[in-house]
Ligand binder design. Structure first.
Ligand code: ADE
Length: 306
């Protein structure tokens, strides 16, 4: 029989194991701090949630979901890793990978648009990340440039699974069904306006295709500099999404335009990749990715913004 691990290797961590530094992120239910492990000097991002606030706003389910999703993802490439969790009387703590190069939105906003090779590289990293989510039965539901972080080598790390859904495959059903019943059930959740898919607005249906729509919006933003559906209010943005009301400036490469048009399709089942599981073959085979080696994407391009 294997002896139990030595006392110190299993000791539950607490905030005394870290020196807390500056705030690096803020959400409606959490604050993210840069923190240093006092034993190893390694940096982490620690997400701190106020128990009282979470309970008052009835968000405990989302917090537990985020923890579960991060545990399912483990140390998968292209995702922030959850190293440990702990709590005190007032707060919950998630110890996460610290993404040294900030978020993709800040990176995109430092330039008007990205060089095409740079777009291709990041698009391919996002495709591989979406394939991992699909394989593990996870729909992110709030994919956007702010939730894509960049590590020390400029590779993506997807974060913020507070809105995610876990889909469990059901025998004899082509599609997956939700943990809490059928995924076809109406769902009141709506992510960030600019990236939300039309089906979330109309019937609240949850599927991997919603993340493919968000991917189409992010690709557009990478090449144009702004997301495709823009207006003065959330309501007006939703109207444009439901009417597929967007256009390309005239100077945009036609191959990437074709890829984006095939992701931004109102009917979720018709989106590129929507009928594939685990590997998005039709996306991988799109002419935009003709020169992409899917087994080795290589380093992020050095010439970053144009
Ligand atoms: N902001 C929010 N989460 C972060 C993380 N894990 N790393 C860096 N900045 C962040």
């Amino acid at each position: 029989m294997t002896p139990p691990p030595a006392e110190e290797t299993v000791k539950k961590r607490s905030q005394d194991d870290y020196v807390f530094g500056k705030v690096i992120g803020e959400g409606s239910f959490s604050t993210v701090y840069l923190a240093k492990d006092i034993h190893t000097n390694k940096e982490f991002a620690i997400k701190v949630l106020e128990k009282r606030h979470i309970i008052k706003e009835n968000k405990m389910e989302y917090v537990m979901r985020e923890k579960k999703v991060l545990q399912i993802l483990g140390n998968s490439t292209y995702f922030v890793r959850l190293y440990c969790t702990f709590q005190d009387g007032e707060r919950l703590y998630f110890v996460l990978t610290y993404a040294k190069n900030g978020d993709f939105l800040t990176f995109l906003n430092k330039t008007s648009s990205l060089m095409l090779d740079c777009v291709r590289h990041y698009a391919a990293e996002i495709v591989l990340a979406l394939e991992t989510l699909n394989t593990k039965g996870i729909v992110h539901r709030d994919l956007k440039p702010e939730n894509i972080l960049l590590d020390e080598n400029w590779h993506i790390l997807i974060t913020d699974f507070g809105s995610a859904k876990i889909l469990i495959p059901v025998e004899g059903e082509k599609n997956e069904s939700d943990e809490e019943g059928s995924q076809k059930r109406r769902n009141s959740f709506v992510g960030t306006a600019q990236y939300v898919s039309p089906e979330i607005l109309t019937d609240g249906k949850v599927s991997f295709a919603s993340d493919l729509w968000a991917f189409g919006c992010i690709l557009y933003q990478m090449v144009v500099g702004l997301p495709p559906f823009r207006a003065g209010s959330e309501y007006l943005i939703f109207q444009k999404i439901l009417k597929l009301e967007y256009e390309f400036p005239t100077d945009i490469d036609t191959t990437i335009q074709d890829l984006i048009k095939n992701l931004l399709i109102l009917t979720p089942e018709k989106r590129l990749g929507a009928n594939e599981s685990k590997i998005y073959t039709s996306i991988r085979q799109h002419p935009f990715f003709r020169d992409t080696n899917w087994n080795n994407l290589g380093p992020a391009p050095k010439i970053l913004p144009s």
